[in-house]
Design a protein around this ligand. Structure first.
Ligand SMILES: Nc1ncnc2c1ncn2[C@@H]1O[C@H](COP(=O)(O)OP(=O)(O)O)[C@@H](O)[C@H]1O
Ligand SMILES: [Mg+2]
Length: 220
């Protein structure tokens, strides 16, 4: 379970002054819930995801993930938490272009110090799960956008993450490929993975368990 309690995030924007990106947000997200985060550009969606994923810390308030207070983490604790618990998926695919699909999916396992055999077996299992077994030896540039995004999801989960944070994951995809990504997330949620997805697509948001709408840093 993710508990966000009275969270405010203020950025010090230099000349632009202070920006209150999140304003006293409180939310609970259950394990295995597939949640859409919507709202206009600048409403605080990415900030919310970054805080849940311990990429950044709140200015005020607390965030608990699985009962653990992540809001006061040191850099080192945050890095360990991300490595062990969180899979990030972005709009741009950020695959390592010079590595095969298989090696890309192995990256979180390399970071966790898994041995070579275990890494390869796990990565192949993930590729199988996302219908990409025949692409293991391909290079990212040889894949379609939808396939690349599925590789990113496979990579996000290869390390055993139970929480996926996806920031406009279908933003660069045609509607058929985007819909396939939503299918994958639905299936994962049924397996108990928690998914928090920022999206502008109303149809995809409607396929989530719940929609959280942000406006000027506040939950509507
Ligand atoms: N690193 C940052 N420094 C200063 N201001 C930021 C930073 N990141 C985001 N902001 C500001 O915080 C607000 C919320 O941004 P963001 O969470 O990225 O919104 P969204 O993802 O909904 O478009 C915006 O006004 C944005 O300009
Ligand atoms: Mg954003």
């Amino acid at each position: 379970m993710i508990e966000i309690k009275d969270v405010t995030k203020i950025y010090n924007g230099g000349k632009a002054g202070e920006v209150k990106a999140l304003d006293d947000v409180s939310l609970t997200i259950e394990d295995g819930e597939f949640v859409a985060v919507t709202g206009e550009s600048g409403s605080g969606k990415s900030t919310l995801l970054n805080l849940i994923g311990a990429l950044d810390a709140p200015t005020q308030g607390k965030i608990y993930v699985g009962g653990q207070d992540i809001s006061g983490f040191s850099e080192e604790q945050a890095a360990k938490f991300r490595r062990e618990n969180v899979g990030f998926v972005f709009q741009g695919f950020y695959l390592e272009e010079s590595f095969s699909v298989l090696v890309n999916v192995e990256i979180p396992l390399i970071l966790r110090g898994a041995d070579e055999k275990e890494r390869e077996a796990r990565a192949r299992e993930m590729l199988e799960k996302f219908d990409l077994a025949d692409k293991a030896e391909a290079m990212p540039a040889q894949l379609s956008g939808g396939q690349m995004q599925r590789v990113c999801i496979a990579r996000a989960l290869a390390g055993g993450a139970k929480l996926v944070l996806a920031d406009e994951p279908t933003g660069n995809l045609d509607s058929v490929s985007g819909s396939a990504v939503i299918d994958v997330f639905r299936k994962l949620a049924e397996e108990g993975v928690t998914i928090v997805m920022v999206t502008h697509n109303k149809e995809f948001a409607a396929r989530c368990d719940r929609i959280i709408e942000l406006k000027d840093g506040r939950v509507q």
